[in-house]
Design a protein. Structure first.
Ligand SMILES: N[C@@H](CCC(=O)N[C@@H](CS)C(=O)NCC(=O)O)C(=O)O
Length: 209
């Protein structure tokens, strides 16, 4: 199995976390669609990473689909099998996806030349992130995992999104949401998170998203 994508992409990281959680070996091809001469568009018509070559002739793209596929490969599921639990876990994951999308949109806008960037667009993304953090803090029940007794796609999606905020939109959200911060601190100690920290996450980075 081959995974294509760069180390700073939050969508690629989610797939790496899922593969590590499930102890699935894979070859990581660190290619970025932002680099000249890359081959991503030949694999994914949308020209985006992550892309997965499954090893049996299939080429899949989009992190949500890749995680859905990966989850079928071993019995311990990240995506709960019961309808009610799956819906709850996927709602948390969807919140995480929305946070990441807003952080990426904000970052790209912020990197435009001063005269071209829209402060109102940036503010709109920051409002989405602030509301999502407040919603998560109010909805989260203070347990180790968001849904049930085990780590699920909900924990993966939200925790990786919060760490992406720290990476690309660093600001003190923790003092407003200490319970959420405590929950994240617990999830962040997992090997799958510790081993996939993007290079430069501790510093203020300026590499492509
Ligand atoms: N919905 C997609 C989003 C993937 C995505 O936007 N990836 C970025 C890298 S972080 C990318 O490849 N961007 C290149 C482009 O949009 O041209 C997923 O979840 O995989």
């Amino acid at each position: 199995m081959k995974l294509y994508g760069h180390a700073t992409s939050p969508y690629v990281r989610k797939v790496r976390i899922a593969l590590r959680e499930k102890n699935i070996r894979f070859e990581w091809i660190q290619e970025s669609p932002h680099e000249a001469g890359n081959h991503i568009a030949a694999l994914n018509p949308l020209g985006k990473v992550p892309v997965l070559e499954t090893g049996d002739g299939r080429v899949l793209f989009d992190s949500a689909l890749l995680i859905e596929y990966i989850d079928t490969l071993t019995p311990e599921r990240l995506i709960p099998q019961g309808d009610a639990e799956r819906l709850r876990a996927q709602l948390w994951n969807t919140l995480g996806i929305g946070i990441v999308d807003a952080v990426v949109a904000r970052l790209l806008e912020d990197r435009r030349p001063q005269a071209e960037k829209s402060q109102s667009f940036i503010a709109r993304q920051e409002e989405k992130i602030a509301r999502a953090l407040a919603w998560a803090d109010e909805t989260e029940k203070g347990a180790a995992y968001l849904v049930g007794e085990h780590f699920t796609i909900g924990d993966l999606g939200l925790a990786s999104a919060l760490e992406y905020i720290d990476f690309r939109y660093p600001h003190d959200w923790r003092s407003k949401h200490p319970r959420l911060a405590r929950w994240l601190a617990g999830i962040s100690t997992r090997g799958s998170f510790a081993e996939t920290v993007p290079p430069g996450m501790e510093k203020a980075p300026d590499a492509p998203h």
